[in-house]
Design a protein around this ligand. Structure first.
Ligand SMILES: [Zn+2]
Length: 115
């Protein structure tokens, strides 16, 4: 390495987009920015109606219009309210685009047979 050369223009420990000014020492780090929330699951009316006849338990979050399956990573660390899928549909909740509960519960697109 010859001395005096310009530094390489790569990200070497520097995170772009971070505002100047250090963090308060000993303070709690700021919470990470929330990931983009899931969107509404896209299903046709027939599939939605099929879900309205199911008693499978789904989970909703207070003040959020989506319902989820228990495996949905969006629910991690959140307080959830369980209710039957039929009730969620009746109340106007929409499936979550991450866990696609309507598709999963009705088997609309997944053709795998459960053993
Ligand atoms: Zn979900």
């Amino acid at each position: 390495m010859p001395p005096g050369g310009p530094p390489p223009g790569g990200p070497a420990g520097q995170v772009p987009g971070r505002p100047p000014g250090g963090m308060p020492p000993g303070g709690a780090p700021p919470p990470p920015p929330p990931a983009a929330p899931p969107e509404e699951e896209v299903v046709d009316d027939a599939t939605r109606q099929a879900a309205a006849g199911l008693d499978d338990e789904v989970l909703v979050i207070d003040e959020e219009p989506l319902f989820h399956l228990g495996r949905c990573s969006y629910l991690y660390g959140r307080e959830v309210i369980p209710l039957p899928a039929s009730e969620a549909v009746e109340l106007g909740f929409t499936g979550c685009s991450w866990c696609t509960p309507v598709t999963a519960l009705t088997g609309a697109q997944s053709a795998d047979s459960r053993g």
